[in-house]
Design a binder for this molecule. Structure first.
Ligand SMILES: Cc1ncc(COP(=O)(O)O)c(C=O)c1O
Length: 399
């Protein structure tokens, strides 16, 4: 991450920033945020509530009540305000949850979080207060036509030993754009329940919002599932608003951690989004604005890959089922993804080499060193030019 920042700051020519996870600036969403801000400014009591009062550590009561209603109505989940806590972004939610459930305990026991399918979100990797917090299982790979592939959970390798404190998946997955099938997510929920541990589902990209999901996949929640959401990929990353949906004792623990670490959360994102959650408009925006915007960008990026890449190379693109990224696998390439990253950086293209998305045995996994993550959220010129340069460097990497 540091290196990406330095590369951006020190660049002499144009930089195609395909490495970060920033959401796109969608004009229709930007206009909604500006209008909401104007409406709050024009309403002095609302402005004062947003700016001049600490919320309780658990989050804003009005926002939490509205969200509980929405989730109940939309999905029929049996939950109330006692099942929801706000955090300073999803990232903070994971720091709290991982260290709450796993790590070193007073009696000397150590517990780990099991990632049933890597590659998985880079932001989980260094969250442990104690080393060895995460353990991962490599996926089963399904090859598809047209240089495409898809990961599946390898249930034969998924052993939930005594020291596992929780299972955790992102759905859609950052970095691969994979979406665990309904069958996979229900099996994972059953495996977790049988082992007496929670299943954490990171919904930074999925439904009901932000809705960056290009295939049908049913959301799931019950008392044994900890679901996280965020306002970031809806277009409000700087409001730092994460949401945890879980059983009440976990919610109370998360709220206590907020109180200790940060006293309270920022209210601004919750205030901006509140009427959209109350009216359900947030669902329409996710479905009719955010999803089609990213789906189109994903299609364009895939078309450019097909156009610029040499069809004779053994390259594979993970099926793009959601999130902001394409995940590319250069099987048998003679240079590593790290070398490819350096060569691309020299030419003003930033991507992320794949080995950062692995953990445990998967860290040294050859596959990770043959993959890269590329964001298609940036402007079309940057993505198109970036993919054209990538195709040239990959061709050299194979020769
Ligand atoms: C899978 C996943 N989870 C969580 C996060 C954290 O996002 P935030 O802290 O902005 O809510 C991200 C951000 O990119 C992500 O990709």
């Amino acid at each position: 991450m540091d290196d990406l920042g330095h590369a951006m700051a020190g660049a002499h020519g144009p930089v195609r920033m395909l490495g970060g996870g920033n959401p796109a600036h969608i004009p229709e969403m930007q206009a909604i945020w500006r209008n909401r801000m104007a409406a709050i400014l024009a309403d002095p009591p609302a402005f004062d509530r947003m700016m001049t009062n600490y919320d309780p550590p658990i989050g804003n009561a009005r926002f939490i009540a509205a969200l509980a209603n929405l989730l109940r109505q939309e999905f029929g989940w049996n939950l109330g305000p006692e099942n929801i806590a706000i955090t300073a972004g999803g990232q903070t939610a994971f720091f709290f949850l991982f260290n709450l459930l796993a790590g070193e305990f007073r009696d000397g026991r150590r517990k780990t979080i099991l990632l049933p399918l890597v590659p998985e979100y880079i932001g989980y990797m260094n969250q442990g207060l104690a080393p060895g917090l995460l353990r991962a299982v490599e996926p089963r790979i399904e090859f598809l036509s047209g240089h495409r592939f898809k990961y599946h959970v390898d249930f034969d390798q998924l052993a939930v030993s005594e020291d596992v404190a929780a299972l955790c998946v992102s759905r859609p997955t950052n970095p691969s754009g994979n979406v665990l099938t309904n069958n996979e997510i229900h099996r994972l929920a059953a495996v977790a329940r049988a082992a007496g541990v929670p299943l954490i589902i990171d919904n930074a990209y999925g439904v009901p919002f932000p809705g960056i999901l290009f295939r049908k996949a049913d959301p799931i929640w019950d008392e044994n599932i900890i679901l996280t959401l965020s306002l970031s990929k809806l277009g409000l990353p700087n409001t730092r608003t994460g949401i945890v949906v879980a059983r009440p004792e976990i919610i109370r623990a998360v709220a206590s951690m907020t109180a200790i670490v940060g006293l309270a959360n920022c209210s601004i994102g919750q205030a901006i989004v509140l009427p959209l959650v109350k009216s359900g408009e947030i669902l329409r925006l996710a479905r009719d604005v955010v999803r089609p915007y990213y789906e189109r960008k994903s299609h364009l990026a895939q078309e450019w890959i097909a156009q610029f890449f040499d069809d004779g190379l053994d390259y594979h693109v993970h099926v793009s089922e959601g999130a902001l990224f394409l995940w590319l696998w250069f099987r048998g390439m003679k240079i590593s993804a790290e070398t490819l990253y350096s060569r691309l950086k020299e030419r003003g293209v930033l991507i992320i080499p794949g080995h950062y998305f692995g953990v445990g045995p998967a860290e040294d996994w050859r596959h990770g060193h043959e993959c890269i993550r590329l964001s298609f959220a940036m402007d079309e010129t940057s993505v198109r030019e970036g993919i054209a340069i990538l195709a040239q460097e990959v061709a050299k990497g194979y020769s």
